[in-house]
Design a protein around this ligand. Sequence first.
Ligand SMILES: Nc1nc2c(ncn2[C@@H]2O[C@H](COP(=O)(O)OP(=O)(O)OP(=O)(O)O)[C@@H](O)[C@H]2O)c(=O)[nH]1
Ligand SMILES: [K+]
Ligand SMILES: [Mg+2]
Length: 490
Amino acid sequence: MPPCRLLSTAALADAETIFALSSGHGRCGVAVVRTSGPASATALKRMAGLTGNLPPPRTALLRSITHPQSKEVLDRGLVLWFPAPHSFTGEDCVEFHIHGGPAVITAVLQALGSVAGMRPADAGEFTRRAFQAGKLGLTEVEGLGDLIHAETEAQRRQALRQMSGELGRLYQDWSHRLKRCLAHVEAFIDFSEDELIEDGVLNQVDSSVCDLQAEMERHLKDERRGERLRSGVQVVIAGATNAGKSSLLNTLCQRPAAIVSPIAGTTRDVVETALDIGGFPILLSDTAGLRDSPDLVEREGVRRARERVEQADLTLVVVDCAHLSSDAQQAAAFIRGHLTSVLPTQEQPETVFPTDRFLLVLNKSDLLPEEQKQKLDRELRCVSGLPPVCLISCHTNDGLQDFLTVLHSSVKTLCGDPLSGAPTLTQARHRAHLQQCFAALAQYQRYRDMDMALAAEGVRLALTSLGRITGRVGAEEILDIIFKDFCIGK
Ligand SMILES: Nc1nc2c(ncn2[C@@H]2O[C@H](COP(=O)(O)OP(=O)(O)OP(=O)(O)O)[C@@H](O)[C@H]2O)c(=O)[nH]1
Ligand SMILES: [K+]
Ligand SMILES: [Mg+2]
């Protein structure tokens, strides 16, 4: 299938020239205003007072920047010239690096608007032009968007990897292999009756399809690691009332986000806060203490708490350790009872406890005598079938560092290492198209011995689904949604 999105060079030359502030809004030292399109050269010459040749490409030049009509000097700054096709958008581009005050920025933008053929850019329009010129694939565009929005180290690494095209190349490779399969299947349909085609051709297609399916299955079975890293790991704090759940949330986010009080049933609404745990993004939620209550409002709080636990990637079960027996076996039995009360209702108590999705936080260790604390810590670690156990005190911060280390390692496992191994799926959109692709390959296998035309259609569908991920095939709405996520000037 031809890359239908690529505009011809002629179409690009007719395009309007766009301009926008590309750096952040608000007062700053330097602001960057960017243009893209055929009128860029005129704007540069007239506003930077260049009468002869254009400056050498990609070289900063210090100039007075003037209004093209009134000739008033607006600022003094750097100008850079990026002639087509060696620019971000593939078109002629200019950058003005000016002082970041709002009045300077407004004056330069107004001056650009007075140049014939120039208009303000829409959100994401620079990136869209780069995509249409074939400079970036859709997965790279999404990587760029994620990079701009990345809040933690690990998110930045994953986005950079996707932007540099690794995920796109993986899908391109699959696409090439599918195209070859389709060519063989079509040749078989057209020529097999004339016996012009060698026997083994369909067997080759069979084995290619099997290989592809296996690779896609592995790629899909990533436990949503990439998507989780992109959007944040859902971590929920749950447990009985007064265990110190809200105290734990406040300790972790280092501000009094949730109300703490000695009254059982203080928290009702879910209190959320975003945190960066060693480079990984988490969304931490404090919930109502789990107990039966006649109070209507508290009951709703408990229902919401259980709902959150069901949706959580990781649950921190908080237990007040003053309630634990000094006998490790009895303490373990008490904790098990607690864990089952937190577990989502549909999971049976007899089933093996999913320890990888839970961490046990024994809070208020300051209330235990040192000796008893150490004994409990030592002995509980030896009890099998419990999630990782951390003894902490939200009052003295005792054990907090160790707990953070355990939390970090759990979150890291949930997100995977963004730099090692095969590139991961980062968006539900990719997953949906890949699942369609996978199902279409099954159609090939189903009809392969019955109806070659239907089998070929399966391969064709698989190719289309892959093309939707990379943007080679696509509905305009998908593109609109993706580019709207960008701000103006990107
Ligand atoms: N001694 C001691 N008291 C603590 C500790 N952490 C919390 N508390 C106290 O325990 C009480 C309950 O704390 P909260 O954080 O409100 O407990 P919670 O689990 O959120 O309670 P609910 O929202 O009512 O379910 C408060 O009086 C806290 O000051 C701790 O580490 N040591
Ligand atoms: K409380
Ligand atoms: Mg609370």
